[in-house]
Ligand binder design. Structure first.
Ligand SMILES: [Zn+2]
Length: 46
């Protein structure tokens, strides 16, 4: 069982961040947790 089922990749800072689905939604809503860049949907991979 993996707690992090998605990986979000920031197109601005290039960081790949493992996230849960809830975290992914929050990241898409609030921006990259690393650099704060606005994140467009569809960049995350399952
Ligand atoms: Zn970033």
């Amino acid at each position: 069982m993996t707690p992090h089922e998605h990986e979000f990749t920031c197109s601005d800072c290039g960081r790949a961040i493992p996230v849960t689905e809830a975290m992914l939604e929050a990241t898409l809503r609030h921006g990259c947790p690393v650099c704060g860049a606005t994140v467009e949907g569809g960049k995350a991979t399952a």
